[in-house]
Design a protein around this ligand. Structure first.
Ligand SMILES: [Zn+2]
Length: 277
């Protein structure tokens, strides 16, 4: 005992304060990083990546075929267009015909939420039906510019590499399945939306898969087809969609296709036969 006491080294108070200050700042930074998960709903920019060409109806493959990715001209704007990692949009898709949703529809204040003009009315009915059923639905996300999607994708890659020291970009590209590259994101078509509630946000955090077991998540999945929407990335179909289960992401395809897809328990890829190469 006495030995330990006699070995006590006296540390100057300013040094102790300096060490404590560094520690406190480091903790604040770590906490800040943990809290800043980008989990606020989007209020994205309105600028457009697209050239102002008219959307094309043709779905013939075009010349800019890069490896195993096939770019289809006009891929983005047919109600049954498959947009994924195999079938990516290109600038030749032009600008979708967008409309801005009112705060009443989105249940948000001051957002600039846009969708394809064909989706606005069915989406309004879908969200109204959800509220009539007792769920305080909010529109979390809708149309995104390719520029904005690119930012989200780069953030997701950086996050992966940060969490997996030693992983390179190629590995991150392979492993990131919860955020699509810009040309592969349905959000860039204006045909897809993410629907959530603040209650789910409080309980699970931003866009969490546990939302699928939430009563509202179940309601959305069971009723979406009545309004022409499909749960686009179902559980167990990840090998086909190449996107992890997303109980909040709904894609408009029209009532007829949505009903068939729902009743058969299939994906849009299976429905259209576009399963990649
Ligand atoms: Zn989504």
């Amino acid at each position: 005992m006495a030995q330990y006491r006699s070995r006590n080294v006296s540390i100057p108070l300013p040094a102790v304060i300096a060490v404590l200050a560094v520690f406190v700042i480091a903790m604040a930074v770590v906490l800040g990083l943990l809290l800043d998960k980008g989990d606020e709903p989007e209020n994205h920019e309105t600028s457009s990546y697209y050239a102002s060409e008219e959307p094309s109806d043709t779905s013939e493959p075009v010349a800019d075929n890069k490896g195993d990715i096939i770019f289809y001209e006009g891929v983005g704007y047919d109600l049954l267009s498959v947009v994924n990692k195999n079938y990516q949009m290109s600038s030749s898709d032009g600008q979708p015909d967008l409309v801005t949703l009112s705060d009443e529809v989105t249940n948000r204040e001051g957002g600039n939420y846009q969708v394809d003009a064909r989706v606005a009315e069915p989406l309004t009915q879908f969200l109204e039906a959800a509220r009539d059923a007792g769920y305080n639905a909010i529109l979390w996300s809708s149309y995104r510019t390719q520029t904005y999607q690119n930012r989200l994708y780069e953030e997701a890659l950086a996050k992966y590499m940060n969490e997996h020291p030693g992983a390179d970009r190629a590995e991150a590209v392979e492993m990131v399945t919860d955020t699509a590259p810009p040309g592969a994101s349905e959000h860039c078509t204006g045909l897809s939306v993410d629907i959530y509630t603040w209650a789910a946000h409080a309980e699970y955090g931003a866009l969490d898969q546990r939302f699928g077991d939430d009563p509202f998540g179940g309601w959305l999945e069971a009723n979406a087809h009545l309004y022409g929407f499909i749960l686009r990335y179902p559980e167990g179909k990840e090998d086909i969609t190449m996107i992890s289960y997303e109980p909040w992401h709904f894609r408009y395809v029209g009532v007829e296709a949505a009903t068939e897809i729902y009743e058969q328990g299939i994906t849009l890829e299976e429905y259209t036969g576009k399963l990649g190469e």
